[in-house]
Ligand binder design. Sequence first.
Ligand code: GDP
Ligand code: IMO
Ligand code: MG
Length: 419
Amino acid sequence: MKIDVLLGLQWGDEGKGKVVDVLTPRYDVVARFQGGPNAGHTLEFEGHKYVLRSIPSGIFQHGQINIIGNGVVLDPVLFREEAESLEKSGVNIKGILKISKKAHLIMPTHRLLDAAYEKLKGDAKIGTTGKGIGPTYTDKISRNGLRVGDIFDNFAAKYATAKQRHVNLLTALGEGSDVDELERKWMDAIEYMKGYDIIDSEFVVNRLLNEGKSVLCEGAQGSLLDVDFGSYPFVTSSNTICAGACSGLGVAPNKIGEVFGIFKAYCTRVGSGPFPTELFDETGAKIRAIGHEYGAVTGRERRCGWLDLVALRYTIMLNGVTQLIMMKSDVLDDFDTIKVCNEYRVNGEATKDFPFSVEANIEPVYTEMEGWKTDMTGITSEAEFPVAFKNYIAYIERELGVPVTIVSVGPDRAQTIVR
Ligand code: GDP
Ligand code: IMO
Ligand code: MG
């Protein structure tokens, strides 16, 4: 079998959690391949709302195997909180959740380093989620990291060495390094993790594929936050694009099947960095209010703006997207006019390419479309789509050359239309 990948095409928070949950019944396995608790994936069904950070969004369906892959960075304390809260809600995760031995551990001092590096950047700060993501991936790449599989063997000494490095760095930066309180919780959480199935996930995933099992990979963040192709340095520290699923799970590129690219009917971004179609006026405020655009993890206000097809064309290219999924269409239900950016003027010159420099002076060129002015939240079939909304989808499909196969009209699992 092939492995399908679902990933965000914008700056994150596209609604990945909701759609992974909706698609899970089609699959035997759901796996996360990168990122960590910087993610906040929201699911709503049967009157309940859940926010997942490290645990895949396939956990609520019918006993599918859920895997935290080697490309993920895991904070044991946050993992434990998340797992215990799911168990309290009656979700039996112990039997179905598996963790890669090769996933890297976020240490308490990684969080201090994250804060210290942000402080050092001053006004140029990235606006990270503060979860220690950057420093943990830095340690991975610089070959200083601790992995989940390390917890079974001489762990106290390995931890002490890694921590001392961090303390030295923090001292050099003039920062304190008191983590005693958090460290106790962290060590307890390490013991708690030992109650889970900790596996060689690359072998498990490939064996399952060879047995004919189907696997869905759940991306975190979005392609415009990819460390190579996003608006660097205002990015996260992992490869959020499709290629990240290969390295983050140990599957070969020729095993990739469908690539679901998910986007909102408009754009949002949290944290710093360029956002060409950002709206600073009451239209932006209206999108934020109707779309409840506040971070699922940090509660921060999300910046809002019109849909950007230049950005989407770029991320469709990077990921080899085969199907598009449009989310939060209902948020635009009450606009007379809707704008879509189809081209940029960069320093006065027209282009359809995403520019290299984050300092480029980008002026979006818009196409105006008629709003549909209809409440779509109760719609259950494509036949009920208002004409102006059909035109909006048709325009997007024509410009991007990829079909929109799923449309979301509300946060609930049921508010999903498969075309
Ligand atoms: P993720 O990180 O990509 O999983 O997305 P988030 O959970 O951070 O943000 C998406 C937010 O939009 C969540 O609060 C969802 O409950 C909500 N949401 C998802 N789909 C829709 C939709 O079609 N309409 C509306 N109004 N909200 C949605
Ligand atoms: P999900 O999976 C939106 C952003 C942060 C910051 C930058 C770097 O819910 O879509 P980091 O803590 O990763 O070093 O922060 O990336 N960011 C996200 N924005 N959704 C996310 O995840 C994000 N994860 C990180 O706001 O700008
Ligand atoms: Mg999110």
